[in-house]
Write a protein that binds this ligand. Structure first.
Ligand SMILES: CCCCCCCCCCCCC[C@H](O)CC(=O)SCCNC(=O)CCNC(=O)[C@H](O)C(C)(C)COP(=O)(O)OP(=O)(O)OC[C@H]1O[C@@H](n2cnc3c(N)ncnc32)[C@H](O)[C@@H]1OP(=O)(O)O
Ligand SMILES: NC(=O)c1ccc[n+]([C@@H]2O[C@H](COP(=O)([O-])OP(=O)(O)OC[C@H]3O[C@@H](n4cnc5c(N)ncnc54)[C@H](O)[C@@H]3O)[C@@H](O)[C@H]2O)c1
Length: 309
């Protein structure tokens, strides 16, 4: 009996037990990543509000979520396709949309931000949300390249602020990097780990260090691929085939750049160049800059390094 009581007290005093499970999630940004995160959170039984700047964008996000769910349902209900539609509708019921972030965060346990990769824009958003959200609400950024501590500095909840770095396409990629900034409390960090697991993802813990784990290794590789091509040492097609057939990557670097979005890639590299202007690795790429200036942002606009259907 004493053993059972000790176990019970220990379980109550664990930070997981002290912190209520995350149920209501607000995702800010309904683009590639935000829509994917909303889909996965809704599919795992969370109530989700997806926020963007216009109803038109949110309609596009909802369409994207529905077509991704159709792909999931096609596989899951291959034997009984008639159950697929009910599965999709049940998940879609868990998602609502809004253009008013400040009002919807009033009832949320967690805010996941997936807006444009720009420090000032992210700081302004979180600064405003900090005034509107309840005390217990945790804030997380899906930034690819910005320090979590810098984004969090616009709020007064450094202890309830961390990083949740998802991978594209979110419904398919199992990894989430959970980032503990210097101010992030252990309780918040544990909640973010738990939330990632509740999404069916595999979380890894990560310090608030440039590029976290994956991008610290991936970005230099992508940069070298672009430089190799710019020097005329290989066509983009050959470089892509080489990395798929020779290194076993599912996509070549140019296919992946188009998939990620050339605007986001440019934000990442410009930000690092600004911080470390003498590092030749982060020097601007004329080819990337030209494509972005022409509005060729990759798969999302129908053309980037390649043309997409
Ligand atoms: C000098 C200046 C240069 C600038 C350089 C700057 C570089 C900066 C770039 C860094 C960017 C970092 C971004 C971010 O922070 C981190 C990332 O997210 S990095 C990206 C990580 N992602 C990948 O690496 C993806 C790699 N690709 C794949 O894993 C696969 O190709 C794929 C996407 C899963 C698709 O698989 P394929 O076999 O290729 O294609 P299929 O279409 O047949 O799909 C297979 C299978 O998956 C299902 N599926 C695919 N997508 C979805 C979806 N969105 N929703 C639901 N289901 C999906 C599909 O239905 C298939 O199912 P099946 O038919 O097999 O049952
Ligand atoms: N694309 C990727 O592969 C990838 C992977 C991991 C992380 N990320 C990161 O996720 C974030 C979003 O990337 P994305 O590819 O989804 O970008 P995206 O351009 O597809 O979507 C961004 C969305 O945010 C919206 N938005 C911008 N400012 C807003 C604001 N103030 N309030 C509400 N909505 C706003 C835009 O309208 C747009 O719909 C970035 O920080 C990026 O670095 C991207």
């Amino acid at each position: 009996m004493a053993f059972v009581t000790r176990q019970f007290i220990r379980s109550l005093s664990s930070s997981a037990a002290l912190h209520a499970a995350i149920k209501h999630v607000t995702i800010i940004g309904g683009g590639l990543m935000g829509a994917g995160i909303a889909q996965v959170a809704a599919s795992t039984g969370h109530s989700v509000v997806l926020v963007d700047t216009s109803e038109d964008i949110l309609k596009k996000s909802a369409k994207g979520i529905e077509s991704s769910l159709k792909r999931v349902a096609k596989k899951k209900f291959a034997e009984k396709p008639e159950d697929g539609e009910a599965f999709i509708q049940k998940i879609l019921k868990n998602i609502s949309t809004s253009t008013d972030a400040a009002s919807v965060v009033q009832g949320t346990d967690l805010v996941v931000e997936a807006i444009v990769e720009n420090l000032k824009v992210k700081q302004d958003l979180f600064g405003a949300l900090d005034k509107a959200a309840p005390e217990h609400t945790i804030f997380a950024s899906n930034t690819s390249s910005l320090p979590i501590a810098d984004i969090a500095s616009s709020t007064a909840r450094l202890d309830r602020f961390g990083g949740l770095h998802f991978f594209n396409p979110v419904p398919m990629m199992k990894l989430v990097e959970v980032i503990k900034a210097p101010g992030t409390s252990q309780q918040t960090f544990d909640s973010l780990l738990e939330f990632s697991k509740a999404l069916g993802k595999h979380p890894v813990s990560c310090k608030d260090t440039p590029g976290f784990i994956v991008n610290r290794l991936l970005v230099p590789y992508m940069l070298e691929a672009v430089r190799l091509h710019e020097r005329g040492h290989g066509s983009k097609e050959d470089i892509d085939v080489a990395m798929k057939l020779g290194a076993g990557y599912p996509m070549g670097p140019f296919e992946l750049l188009d998939y990620v979005g050339l605007d986001t890639s440019k934000f990442i590299i410009d930000g690092w160049h600004e911080k470390d202007p003498d590092n030749p690795l982060f020097a601007p790429s004329p080819l990337l800059n030209k494509l972005v200036a022409e509005g060729k942002l990759g798969k999302k606009t129908g053309e980037g390094f390649y043309k997409h259907k």
